[in-house]
Design a protein around this ligand. Structure first.
Ligand SMILES: C[S@@+](CC[C@H](N)C(=O)[O-])C[C@H]1O[C@@H](n2cnc3c(N)ncnc32)[C@H](O)[C@@H]1O
Length: 277
């Protein structure tokens, strides 16, 4: 996707309107606590939490698993734009935007995530503005950003419709929102049920899977929405034993030869590119 949009006033770091105010309801408080404990517990990282090696391990794993991401999100095309990521986690994707010259702000409910995202940027000597904030109640004025990026977050929050309204509010006219939720009618959701293998973070206090129609409904504040289902099987490093062998040795190669045009609606990640006119 390209980021050619009318550029209004450029602000490097749009100011929050005040100090962080987290008036969380019960469910969001559970979400905050869960991600404080789990944002950094990925067993695939070989280096100590918070080191540059740790962030490199996570980025390497992420972009191996999500091979589609740099193909559909052209990080270089956002140079000079102000990008807000809601639910930024440890900031892996924001690094890509910042390395390519975007002015980035990351917010997350989890203090652990924000602390790690700051460390990630410090290791790489990149500028970024990181705040503990609720994406359903953003502390930014209307029309603050050119791009709002929400990858793997709407499905973990208490009220995704409220988050989408906030995404729309803080976007400038001509701005673009980029989001991803999990597809309920997808190869991975079906496989996990048949093989009785839990998906990552299946124990989170909120984890919803949506159909393409339901995702469109969440994004209904937006004026234009383009949906692209993505994320097809690649070999797993996490799953071992006979299930891992069957998946890596049979399922992945068999699925890979199926024509994309046929299997695309079954992609695990529903990517959306939405515009505010
Ligand atoms: C699965 S992680 C995704 C992190 C990152 N976007 C990525 O793709 O690696 C979900 C993140 O969303 C955050 N989150 C969930 N609900 C949120 C909310 N209402 N406001 C801000 N962050 C939220 C969690 O704290 C967690 O860091």
């Amino acid at each position: 996707m390209d980021a050619s949009m009318t550029q209004e006033k450029q602000t490097a770091n749009p100011p929050a309107t005040g100090p962080a105010k987290l008036n969380l309801t019960g469910k969001l408080e559970e979400v905050r606590r869960y991600w404080n404990d789990h944002i950094h517990d990925l067993e695939l990282a070989k280096h100590p939490v918070g080191t540059l090696g740790f962030f490199e391990d996570l980025a390497e794993y992420r972009f191996d698993k999500l091979r589609y991401l740099p193909k559909v999100v052209d990080f270089a095309s956002y140079k000079g734009k102000s990008v807000l990521e809601i639910g930024c986690g440890v900031g892996i994707d924001l690094v890509k935007f910042a390395e390519n010259g975007a002015h980035v702000t990351g917010v997350d409910l989890s203090e652990t995530a924000i602390d790690l995202a700051r460390k990630n940027f410090a290791h790489r000597k990149l500028d970024g503005n990181f705040l503990v904030m609720n994406g359903e109640d953003l502390d930014f004025p209307d029309a603050s950003f050119d791009v709002v990026y929400v990858h793997g977050v709407l499905q973990y929050t208490a009220d995704p419709h409220q988050m989408a309204r906030e995404m729309y509010r803080v976007l400038r006219k001509g701005g673009e929102a980029i989001g991803m939720v999990y597809n309920r009618i997808s190869w991975l959701n079906a496989l996990s049920k048949v093989m009785k293998v839990d998906l990552e973070h299946e124990d989170a206090p909120v984890l919803e899977k949506y159909t393409i129609g339901e995702f469109r409904d969440i994004l209904s504040p937006f004026d234009e929405i383009e949906i692209i289902p993505e994320r097809f099987p690649v070999a797993s490093r996490l799953h071992k034993g006979w299930k891992g062998a069957l998946y890596n040795g049979l399922f992945v190669p068999a699925f890979t030869i199926l024509p994309k045009a046929i299997v695309r609606p079954l992609g695990w990640h529903i990517m959306a590119f939405a515009r505010k006119k």
